[in-house]
Design a protein around this ligand. Structure first.
Ligand SMILES: Cc1cc2nc3c(=O)[nH]c(=O)nc-3n(C[C@H](O)[C@H](O)[C@H](O)COP(=O)(O)OP(=O)(O)OC[C@H]3O[C@@H](n4cnc5c(N)ncnc54)[C@H](O)[C@@H]3O)c2cc1C
Length: 132
């Protein structure tokens, strides 16, 4: 279920790129961070060969992200756990001493986890700073 179940053909956006993007989610995403490139390629190819047949070749290279262990992210984006309250998003958006302000998708309670949430939070904080 969480394993490489969507493929994006980059050629459609950048002709000649000859690249596919695929995704791993949740527990399986954490597991893949500990897998070698060749293990991941083997797993992905089982899915592609189900779709296109056993004769398709392996990719010539693999470029991968490791959102969970990357020290600048430690995860992909915020999500609401069972115990999450909408107030938590407002808490994260609270400024400190009228001097330190916070934007970011995790501070937007309507559009958390998205690019537009991040963007709108930046506009909100810019307005706040102008008003200070
Ligand atoms: C695989 C994936 C697919 C996604 N797909 C979509 C999608 O289709 N549509 C959508 O709307 N959203 C999508 N998102 C979510 C979207 O990318 C994020 O919600 C958005 O980028 C968050 O923006 P942000 O500015 O809040 O944080 P970020 O973009 O994470 O920016 C935070 C920045 O702070 C930097 N940083 C971290 N720590 C420090 C530090 N100590 N000092 C200095 N800098 C630091 C980081 O390097 C980073 O550049 C996706 C996310 C992922 C991971």
């Amino acid at each position: 279920m969480d394993k490489f179940n969507v493929f994006v053909n980059v050629n459609k956006i950048h002709p000649g790129a000859n690249a596919l993007i695929t995704f791993a989610y949740a527990d399986y995403a954490r597991k893949t961070e500990k897998m070698s490139d060749s293990q991941i390629i083997a797993e992905i190819m089982t899915h592609l060969r189900d779709i296109y047949g056993s004769k398709i070749p392996n990719p010539t290279s693999l470029l991968r992200t490791k959102w969970q262990s990357n020290e600048n992210s430690f995860g992909a984006n915020s999500y609401t756990a069972v115990s999450t309250k909408m107030q938590h998003f407002d808490d994260l958006a609270g400024e400190v001493n009228g001097k330190l302000c916070f934007a970011g998708e995790h501070t937007h309670k309507d559009y958390y986890s998205t690019v537009h949430g991040a963007y709108l939070s930046g506009l909100r904080e810019a307005d706040k700073i102008i008003g200070l």
